[in-house]
Design a protein around this ligand. Sequence first.
Ligand code: PLP
Length: 383
Amino acid sequence: MSKIYLDNAASTPIRKEVIEIMSKSLHVVGNPSSIHNFGKEARSLIERARISIAHLIGAESSEIIFTSSGTEANNFILKSAILNLGIKYIISSPIEHLSVLETLKNLEKQYFVKIRWLKLKKKGEIDLEDLENSLIETSSSTLVSLMWANNEIGNILDIEKVGQLCEKYKSYFHCDAVQFIGHYPLNLRKTSIDFISASAHKFYGPLGIGFCFIKKPIKLNSILKGGTQEMGLRAGGENLSGIVGMAKALELSFKNLEKEKTYLEELKKYCISKLKKEVPIVEFNGNCLSFSKSLYTILSLKVPFKDELLGFKLELENIALSGGSACGSGSQKNSHVMENLYDLKMQSSSSFLRVSFGIFNKKEEIDQFILSLLRIISPNFGA
Ligand code: PLP
């Protein structure tokens, strides 16, 4: 039986056009920082990629800084905001990705900065009233850091409302857009976002390359010390093939966006209706039944009994997906997101699964997943 990959929120397969363009760029000889023609050729590929990405997301090319990952982009923005912008308060949520959560906890220990964790509503929505009250209390030198879309339950943030509040209270706004970019139309000019983080392997590009957007005229300094690459904002030799591949992947994501979005929405709808019919004991976490409040790429499930080996058992049936953990498939500990969504009793009597869809998935794979799930869990509820 062939393997079924339903873990696209962890990493998407790379498109063949992206591999092609990356393979060609691997033959480029020069260091982009060198002034001879070899260097210039490498430099021009990087700058063309920067212009293309900027154009696609409504930014200027000088606002795009390449990083090694979404994690690095988040670390860079949060740390530099404290060091360079005099940020004293950061308002965030307890269900951010670990690259934000752990960074913030660490920064609070290291620097003179206070983190304010927002309350969540029942389905994991950010409590915007609490956000406004927090902004009133922190009053100045504040950064709000909230993810555009949650990587576990798929909840989408009301960016417009959060942006309005940040403008009203003169706060900076950082948005981890890793799960959102490449899947929805985007024009950063029309938002009040000051910083975003993105990662190519979430939109059918290569792993190990990402970027951040830093709105002009905000000025940050590099946290890596060394050369003056990336306009002095990130020292270190550039990942040329990664950058070129990321730009191509984003171009193709936007080019095919409507078609692929429709396809994936259908796939998610199909999965929901089959689950409701064939495995009705399964429940859905967060807002993931809503197509306006949740990503069409993620479906987060709650099975009403504890089986720490559920993910592993599915793996034995050739189905790869994630448990209720951040990026680690097969993790046994409930993730911080589920810990924030459910009380202890519910957590210890439930198992969590994240199904995440990608453009290479087929309906037959959903059928196979549901058959396997039924086979594995039916002894537990006497079906
Ligand atoms: N932010 C979110 C919301 C993510 O889902 C991830 C990865 O899963 C990251 C950040 C980290 O990105 P990267 O894997 O490029 O470090």
